[in-house]
Write a protein that binds this ligand. Structure first.
Ligand code: DI6
Ligand code: FE
Length: 404
């Protein structure tokens, strides 16, 4: 197979044990073989016989190259918007109060159920393209706006279709336990029975890569969440959890006891929760867009996570209610300004640690043997990616070894 060589570039390899922050290599070279990175390092160490085997040679023009970005927590497939609730909130209503009055997630469920698959895909594709334009090469998409078998299936199929029709990798997560649909009002345990049934069927149809739940006083209890996770475990599906977003319900400990890939949000995470996550190897996915958009004031305990050595990932949470956002670069900035992450931590949060939050070991760093997903940026220093607001620094994205 012919090899491709990239030179005249700076590399932010994001390798964890590198000597320099970002695993930075000032004058780097990449050799790609098919869809895999064959060689990564300083240009002066490139073996001459390897260069001779490179059929194609690319001049990166001095660009910074990072791993392809990974958005590891989104609800990207939905119909309609919730700008009406945005107005209500600005007139004094709270997110929780709107949810309790039958708005919130329920109103997006109604819009998404009514939408045809084509319409749902068309609306979702707009957001997807915004992420693609910022160098996203792996994207997680949750269901959870169908809340009934046919509609959860429709949303997961749209997610899979978007992956087939665009040059990026999609991971789909079943979030049947996102909210109680009105048909089950007052019968949450009966709805959990239905969630378990849906999970088994949708998994058998090949539509599910992982299972998530919303463990919160306006959603499902830890006991109900545990039932969802038991069935996921029986099916061999990894779990993740929306945990401690609006209150501390001990969701992180519960998720950790199931070996969760990640616990997400975590503004109300306790010391015990962080310890449990550290012991289980769960990633903390922080979602600064939701913190910002809901005007939360309680910060996720970043220092605690650092002390416990819990890896931190950053994501858009792209959804119509709490984070109507399809810019991962903006999340880098907000992770730094709002949560006080360093630009290095933020970039690790959308590369190496985001891959870990999805259980993917073949991406998120530039190293031989990893997937050839990478991005060329028109910046001098990696910190510029989290520094600028609204900049469009992505020059080119390579997915699976091919320009996109
Ligand atoms: N937490 C969130 O922030 C989103 N889902 C969740 O479980 C919000 C979803 C929405 O409001 O539509
Ligand atoms: Fe979410």
């Amino acid at each position: 197979m012919s090899l491709q060589l990239w030179t005249h570039c700076k590399l932010a390899t994001m390798q964890p044990d590198a000597a320099l922050p970002y695993g930075l290599i000032e004058d780097g070279a990449l050799v790609v073989e098919g869809a895999v990175l064959h060689w990564v390092g300083p240009r002066r160490e490139l073996p001459p016989q390897l260069v001779q085997r490179c059929g194609q040679q690319h001049d990166a023009g001095g660009a910074l190259i990072t791993p392809g970005l990974i958005d590891c927590h989104t609800h990207l497939v939905y119909a309609g918007d919730r700008s009406d609730e945005f107005e209500l909130r600005l007139n004094g209503a709270s997110y929780e109060a709107i949810a309790r009055q039958g708005g919130g997630i329920a109103s997006t469920v109604q819009a998404s159920r009514s939408a045809s698959p084509e319409d749902l895909k068309r609306q979702s594709r707009v957001r997807l393209q915004q992420l693609l334009a910022e160098g996203v090469t792996t994207l997680e998409i949750k269901s959870g706006y169908g809340l009934a078998l046919a509609h959860e299936r429709k949303c997961l199929q749209v997610a899979r279709d978007l992956g087939r029709e665009n040059a990026l990798a999609i991971r789909s997560t079943f979030l049947g336990a996102h909210a109680l649909p009105s048909e089950f009002a007052g019968r949450p345990d009966d709805y959990i029975d239905e969630v378990l049934r849906m999970m088994v069927l949708l998994h058998a149809e090949g539509l599910v890569d992982a299972v998530d739940a919303f463990c919160e006083r306006i959603a499902f209890s830890p006991a109900q969440t545990a039932r969802v996770f038991e069935t996921a475990r029986q099916l061999g599906l990894p779990v993740k959890l929306h945990a401690e977003q609006l209150s501390d319900s001990g969701g992180a400990q519960l998720a950790a006891s199931f070996g969760a890939l990640s616990c997400d949000h975590l503004e109300w995470l306790s010391q015990e929760g962080a310890q449990a996550m550290a012991a289980a190897g769960s990633v903390a996915v922080l979602l600064p867009g939701a913190f910002y958009f809901l005007r939360e004031t309680r910060l996720p305990p970043v220092d605690l996570l650092r002390r416990q050595r819990v890896p931190i990932a950053i994501s858009t949470d792209c959804n119509p209610g709490s984070s109507p956002c399809s810019s991962l670069l903006l999340m880098l900035n907000m992770a730094c300004t709002l949560f006080r992450l360093t630009p290095h931590e933020a970039l690790a949060g959308v590369t190496r640690h985001a891959a870990q939050a999805l259980g993917l070991r073949d991406r998120g760093v530039l190293a031989a043997g990893m997937r050839a997903d990478f991005v060329l940026w028109d910046v001098q220093r990696p910190a510029q990616l989290s520094y600028a607001l609204g900049a469009k620094p992505c020059i080119q994205t390579i997915f699976n070894g091919e320009p996109r």
